[in-house]
Design a protein around this ligand. Structure first.
Ligand SMILES: Nc1nc2c(c(=O)[nH]1)N[C@H]1C(S)=C(S)[C@@H](COP(=O)(O)OP(=O)(O)OC[C@H]3O[C@@H](n4cnc5c(N)ncnc54)[C@H](O)[C@@H]3O)O[C@H]1N2
Ligand code: MOO
Ligand SMILES: [Mg+2]
Length: 424
């Protein structure tokens, strides 16, 4: 390729819409290998197989109170002046099953969580009863009519046998752990965490342990990306940052693509003389999928594929790097763990202040949500330049501002993308 042609390609990039780029990437994403882990270790992992209920839950008629299991018909005509007295024929602690059948005129003492004996159709709480002993036999007195079914949790109230409880791709947290434990699933099939290699490019980068030097900065993107990979559910592998050297980058990308499930880099994707990642993806060693997205920040966000494995070459500007990850890498990692359409959740909100910047591309503005009078307001970060690092931490959403020729006024309805997994 002659130099003129190369420069032309470098500068004249064809922007792709975010949704089209996401769809293109999704075509290369498949759920990966499965491993089995002990229940306690399955938290935060992604389930690999459906879980259906092997039995109903509750599995037996369960007493909801400490009291007496009775036949409701026995209380049909009792009153405070004329209590009914039932003979207590058994005591049923939780975990025990009575061998008695409750017949007319009898009752069994029962504890919360115990199986209600045959014949009984209600449980009366202890506080509503009187106890008596007559001729060496325990009796319980009731003064009020009791409804059939009272304080008995029926079989299968929560879950029917065979019911689908959890689908593959579900992220396991406390509620899912409770389901798995209840049904005795103590070895849990989960997707292996995708192994994601991360390295930054830039001759200006110092490692985080190094003292500052003139013109240099510390490499924050690598650590931010590693945190994002972990939050998405993947396993980050931090590779040493490299200088702006095309051969070095080429060798590193190739070996990382061989060894890991996907590779994420930061820096060097724009049109600068040392923007080597931009050159690398156009160089033929990998198949470029896109090198311009119709968005800001991150317009130069780039992706490529080699032997079915994805390379995400994100912008070096921290704000753009963060957004590029959230829109393209996060859904990829989660897709590798069985999640379909794992894109940031979208809500509608009211823009809190005028947004004055205009742009031909959709903007993904860092911001935070505030709920006032039942409405969600989207408050843009004070500074949301692509190069700004410090407002990333203050953001819990990205405010989507479509291409606009004029100010987007306060009060406009806007879409917001939720960033924090906990709020999704
Ligand atoms: N002539 C043009 N210049 C630029 C354009 C353009 O269209 N024409 N686009 C601008 C935009 S927008 C962006 S975004 C950046 C993209 O830059 P690169 O992806 O090539 O990234 P670098 O040049 O390597 O670095 C940009 C910036 O980020 C800092 N950086 C880099 N790596 C890290 C890191 N690991 N941790 C923290 N900070 C990092 C770097 O020092 C630079 O300040 O290009 C614009 N220019
Ligand atoms: O590509 Mo830059 O990140 O648009 O701001
Ligand atoms: Mg650059």
């Amino acid at each position: 390729m002659d130099q003129t042609r190369t420069d032309y390609d470098k500068f004249h990039r064809k922007p792709m819409q975010v949704k089209d780029a996401q769809r293109l990437i999704a075509g290369y994403v498949e759920a990966g290998a499965v491993e089995t882990v002990p229940l306690a270790e399955s938290v935060e992992r992604f389930l690999a197989e459906p879980v259906t209920a092997p039995h109903p839950f509750p599995r037996f008629r369960r007493s909801g109170m400490d009291g007496y299991a009775i036949r409701s018909a026995d209380t049909a005509s009792c009153s405070s002046d004329d209590p009914v007295w039932l003979e207590v024929i058994d005591e049923i602690p939780c975990g025990s099953v009575s061998s008695q059948v409750i017949r007319p005129g009898t009752a069994a003492r029962i504890m919360t969580g115990a199986e209600v004996p045959d014949g009984a159709d209600a449980v009366v709480m202890l506080e509503m009863t009187e106890q008596q002993e007559k001729d060496g036999r325990a009796r319980v007195g009731l003064k009020r009519k009791i409804q059939e079914g009272q304080n008995i949790t029926p079989i299968g109230l929560e879950v029917q046998e065979g019911q689908l409880l959890l689908s593959p791709g579900t992220r396991i947290s406390a509620g899912e752990i409770s389901v798995l434990a209840t049904f005795g699933i103590h070895r849990v099939p989960v997707y292996r965490k995708p192994r994601i290699a991360i390295f930054s490019t830039g001759s200006e980068l110092l490692s985080v342990e190094e003292p500052l030097q003139p013109g240099k900065i510390r490499n924050s993107n690598t650590y931010m990306l590693a945190a994002q990979v972990r939050e998405a559910g993947g396993e980050p592998f931090i590779l040493e940052a490299i200088m702006d050297d095309l051969q070095l980058a080429q060798a590193r990308v190739e070996s990382a693509l061989r060894e890991y499930d996907a590779v994420v880099t930061s820096g060097g994707v724009s049109v600068g003389d040392y923007d080597i990642m931009g050159d690398l993806v156009r160089g033929g060693g990998v198949e470029m999928l896109y090198n311009k997205i119709a968005m800001r920040p991150g317009s130069v966000t780039t992706a490529a594929v080699k032997d079915g494995k994805l390379l995400f070459a994100l912008s070096g500007n921290p704000g753009a790097c963060f957004v590029g990850f959230e829109l393209f890498v996060r859904p990829t990692i989660q897709g590798m763990m069985g999640r379909k359409d794992a894109y940031l959740k979208e809500w509608t909100a009211v823009l809190d202040v005028d947004y004055t910047k205009v742009n031909a591309f959709t903007r993904y503005v860092r911001g935070r949500m505030e709920v006032r009078d039942g409405l969600v307001y989207a408050v843009p970060a004070a500074v949301d330049e692509s190069s700004v690092m410090v407002t990333i931490k203050d953001s819990d959403c990205l405010i989507v501002i479509p291409p606009a020729k004029a100010v987007t006024p306060a009060g406009s309805k806007v879409q917001i993308l939720l960033l924090k997994e906990g709020s999704r």
